[in-house]
Ligand binder design. Sequence first.
Ligand code: BES
Ligand code: MN
Ligand code: MN
Length: 456
Amino acid sequence: MSDVDQYLQQHGPRFEEELCDLLRIPSVSADSTHKADVRRAGEWVAGQFRGLGFKTEICETPGHPIVYAESLGVPGAPTVLVYGHYDVQPPDPLNEWKTPPFEPTRRDGNLYARGATDDKGQMFTHIKSAEAWIKTAGKLPINVKYLIEGEEEVGSEHLEHFIATNKDRLKSDVVVISDTSQFAAGVPAITYGLRGIAYFELKLTGPKQDLHSGSFGGAVTNPAIALSKMLAALIDADGRIQVPGFYDDVTTLTDEERKQFAALPFDEAGFKKQIGVDAVTGEQGFTTQERKSARPTFDINGLTSGYQGEGAKTVLPARASAKFSFRLVPKQDPKKIQAALEAQLKKLCPPGIRLELVSHHGAPGVVVPLDSPYVAAAARAIEHGFGRAPVYMREGGSIPVVSTFRQQLGVDTLLLGWGLDDDNTHSPNEKFCLADFHRGIRTSAHLWKELAAVKS
Ligand code: BES
Ligand code: MN
Ligand code: MN
């Protein structure tokens, strides 16, 4: 066993304890009451880099701070840019957690906490792997730059400006991100595609205040009915999105791609069981695997109107609103989708209703090339860390910065995920398999050496 691997084995238990310390900080970026906690998590991460002797800076933004750290001690070797995020999703619904979201708890080989896998636990693997090199070999075999942000879960609003204004500082040969999943337990993956997103909030207003539904119902447009109809009209019975022009820039999947999707060891019965449904549905003519990673979609994320309390109340609500989003595939432009959607909603809006459409965030989808020596290096590192070669897949989630790295820095990203698709990210009882945490660190430590050997 190498010195590095030995160090990792010896210090593994402490790494878990340190991760628990980070997980105890409720860095919920969407919730302004947690603003100070988000900063505290950023400072905690910066403290880790300072402990390794990296040049470290907490970079202020109009929102949550960005942590930047670098160690450039290997002239001639490639430079890798590691991206991750220290912010987390809101933990609600709180009463569905078996143990509190910010009290990390070990159960059945897993660590349960909000952010355990998305992304604190995964991001941390790349810090501990650096520590192992520094503590055994005295330094890393490659130049590293770390960009760890606190706004990923709210759309990375200020990151693009930071990247655009720090191009020289961020210059690198390859980006590494661990914020995705393995294909299945024991089947590690390199992800080569992510979907984009366009997220909106639609607010409808009818009468100036709530009304008695007996006295006024039938004579006034009900905003909740208007909202239901408008949203329902955005998708047809075949699962096709009904916004004019929506599919214009969607690339058709090639036979080769569809063959690759079909060849993945996907167990549809197990998938249904895992999420507790008796049928899977979606766009006609596509498989589940294609629907959830390579086709655009429409989802309602939140609905609000009328009486939500106990029992019944006969009310005609004055307002109704919905949060909803489209997942996009590469080449679809979130701005273009927004304009087309706005026009369509105005057309669908009935008399007696005023409409406001708020755009929360948007990011294009990406596919990254697989024919690069860095991908081959990553595959070897994964084989070392996980004991088997990775499969290649696309994922349905979004990481807005991946397309920014391509556009602003001209650099491609390696998406190396240590998570599992039953990790309950964004849901109650988020977890990270501890064995995968350690396999991730081992892979990362090996990756530095493999990437260093690539001639740039
Ligand atoms: N880690 C996820 C991205 C992800 C999810 C990748 C599932 C692969 C599979 C990331 O933290 C995330 O949740 N991103 C948001 C982005 C949005 C807020 C702009 C997402 O996908 O909803
Ligand atoms: Mn994430
Ligand atoms: Mn997330």
